[in-house]
Design a protein around this ligand. Structure first.
Ligand code: K7E
Ligand code: RUQ
Ligand code: CUA
Ligand code: CA
Length: 645
């Protein structure tokens, strides 16, 4: 093993560090993580990789990748926001943040979680407040057509409350949120790319969701101490209706998800095949798995009524456990063994391979999709034959991106590096050609990288231009701002043989995954249509107050720089609904609406209508004002709300 390593890592002095992390994995992981806290990797502070391009750029009087004022970026980046519960939109390669899309958590600027329309999407408690104020987004993925993004939707998970949200990319707003029953720790998601049965449906119609944590099923408090009742489920959500279609009960857990270009399979990496309830139990086995789901067979089983349900949930759950799927020819699932606690699973853009990264093993495992078809057809005697490469790449491999030229880029969390390796060369090496040099390049990143993605990476149009690395620790890379550091998004030029670090961008914690989409794929509209809103006040003069008992509806049209209702009167105790329509039909002319002391604030974009409902429980005069700068007379844009005793 050392020989192999010397061959592939000629420049690494500490070869022994790269040995397979066996039972000492925990200690190794903890040690390395503690190490970075002490900022001991001083040698990484100024790598040649980082300073060379800077010098070159200075000499050339600028960098070709620099986006100058007035220039537009080439790509949209859709970033998860982590435990801020949002999605962010970045322009690439500039790294500029151009939008935040509130999804699972309320947002004071837009009024997400305050307006009736957004509450209808988030859901409410009996008292009318949003169902949740917290969330944890990890993975953003876009809808596909013909093997590439179609720019229609993006989906994002909420790991915290097991929800999946859909974002309409034409307006970059969330339009649906679905609770996934029977699971906790809903982590990986991936849209399918083609229908498994009807090949004419060459676009996304399902989204697959993996659940990390096993819970007692049903989770009703009766079997909390009985590990045998703990299970993880894999879930399929309908891309259009956002209803949960079906679930699969499995052995072990799910983590990230990938789908094949032919629509046949979805897969999830499993780090806890041990089904351990405690930390140390989850890393006792040397092998975990990449678990494949045969989508067409699962849907046949559902149709044939071969399912059960848990608790109050009506979602059909089919049996994907090992015991029930011994015959590959009828199996719904297949468990491909992968070294110790893998993390990511990613589909290569040529459609041929899934790559699982080892996390506690320094290896990546390449599984050939054609061989998975053979396995499910009963033509392979050993499932291990679906593995065409298992090679060492460095310490703590997590996620993998692609350049469309046969190379993979894997983050090495413990080494704080990205390794570029060639898939074909790795396959040759694994097949016995020890002269096959699969590691092409390495670059230091700062520090502890999690996700990685390249422009159009997980599509057939992977173009190999830019790579972004989400570094979990930024340590010394930015001005110190107290104990909480930003994360560091590092953009790397991958158009050449060698990777070249272009820039650091600090981000508010903590983005996980992201996709980088060619800008012409996403077509947004800048002005809404009045007719899209049933509550719209279509003419300024339709503004006014309508009272039915103590239920009051206040219609206000806004037209810069005025609300078309300069004042209105309410009585204490009224249940008030304010409907605000922005009649300005002008791009970038947004109005705001803030009511002092009533905890109400939201915006209306051009030709948009929103509403809020609240109880008029405080008497007096309340100067509603426009919170969004709209006009030279923006400060004058007010309305007087008078609540009488
Ligand atoms: Cu690696 Cu949630 Cu995708 Cu974070 S997970 S980095
Ligand atoms: S006012 S341009 Cu508060 Cu000075 Cu805003
Ligand atoms: Cu309207 Cu500011
Ligand atoms: Ca494990």
């Amino acid at each position: 093993m050392d020989k192999k390593q010397e061959h592939q890592e000629p420049s690494t002095p500490d070869v022994s560090r790269r040995k397979f992390l066996g039972s000492s994995a925990m200690a190794g992981l903890a040690g390395a993580t503690l190490g970075l806290a002490g900022c001991n990797k001083g040698e990484q502070g100024a790598t040649p990789a980082q300073s060379a391009p800077a010098k070159a750029a200075a000499a050339a009087g600028g960098d070709a990748h620099e986006i100058k004022p007035g220039q537009l970026d080439e790509y949209y980046g859709l970033w998860s926001g982590g435990h801020s519960g949002d999605v962010r939109v970045l322009g690439l390669p500039s790294g500029r943040q151009i939008k935040r899309i509130p999804v699972f958590t309320p947002d004071p600027l837009t009024g997400w979680g305050t307006t009736n329309e957004s509450k209808a999407i988030i859901g409410t408690k009996p008292d009318g407040t949003p169902l949740y104020h917290v969330g944890d987004t990890h993975h953003v993925h876009g809808s596909y057509a013909d093997g590439t993004y179609d720019g229609k939707y993006a989906w994002v998970n909420d790991k915290l409350n097991s929800r999946i949200a859909r974002i309409r990319l034409d307006i970059m707003e969330c339009d649906k949120i679905t609770d996934i029953p029977n699971v906790q720790g809903f982590h990986g998601i991936f849209p399918d790319k083609r229908d498994p049965v009807d090949a004419a449906i060459n676009r996304t119609t399902r989204v697959f969701c993996g659940a990390e944590f096993s819970i007692p099923l049903p989770n009703n408090g009766k079997t909390s101490d009985d590990p045998a009742t703990y299970r993880s489920l894999f879930t399929c959500v309908d891309a259009e209706t956002m209803d949960v279609r079906w679930q699969v009960v499995i052995d072990g857990n799910c983590d990230l998800v990938a789908t094949t270009y032919d629509g046949a399979f979805a897969a999830t990496n499993q780090y806890n095949t041990e089904m351990g309830v405690h930390y140390q139990d989850m890393m006792s086995a040397e092998k975990d798995a990449c678990l494949f789901f045969h989508v067409a067979r699962i849907e046949e089983a559902v149709k044939a009524g071969k399912f059960k349900t848990y608790g109050d949930s009506k979602v059909p759950v089919v049996d994907g456990t090992k015991e029930a799927n011994k015959d590959p020819k009828t199996a719904l699932t297949a468990y491909v063994p992968v070294p110790k606690n893998p993390h990511g699973v990613n589909a290569s853009p040529d459609g041929k391979y899934f790559i699982c990264a080892g996390k506690l093993s320094p290896t990546t495992t390449t599984i050939e999709i054609a061989k998975m078809h053979e396995w499910f057809d009963g033509k392979l005697d050993d499932i291990k034959k679906t593995i065409v490469a298992e090679v060492e790449v460095g310490l703590g491999p997590l996620h993998t991106a692609f350049d469309g030229r046969g190379n993979a880029y894997t983050t090495l969390f413990l080494d704080s590096q990205v390794v570029k390796w060639n898939i074909d060369a790795a396959i040759k090496f694994y097949a016995g050609d020890k002269n096959s040099k699969y590691v092409v390049d390495r670059i230091d990143v700062h520090y502890q990288p999690g996700h990685i993605n390249a422009s159009m990476s997980e599509t057939k149009e992977a173009d190999g231009k830019y790579l972004n690395v989400g570094c979990k620790f930024s340590k010394d890379r930015f001005l110190p701002v107290g104990p909480l550091h930003p994360e560091n998004e590092q953009i790397i030029d991958i158009s050449g043989e060698k990777m070249r670090l272009l820039r650091d961008d600090p981000v508010w914690p903590e983005p996980h995954d992201f996709i980088i989409v060619k800008r012409d794929i996403i077509k947004t509209k800048q002005v809404f249509q009045l007719d899209d809103f049933p509550l719209a006040t279509k003419k300024a003069e339709d503004s006014g107050v309508e009272r039915k008992g103590n239920k009051v509806t206040v219609r206000i049209a806004s037209y810069a720089p005025q609300y078309q209702l300069q004042e209105f009167k309410l009585k204490k105790g009224d249940e008030v609904t304010i409907i605000l329509t922005n009649l300005d039909n002008v791009e970038d002319l947004t109005h705001g609406f803030g009511i002092p002391k009533y905890d109400v604030q939201f915006i209306v974009n051009p030709q948009e209508t929103k509403s809020v409902t609240f109880k008029a429980d405080k008497v007096g005069v309340f100067w509603i004002y426009c919170t969004h700068f709209c006009h030279a007379l923006h400060l004058e844009m007010r309305s007087r709300m008078i609540v009488e005793a």
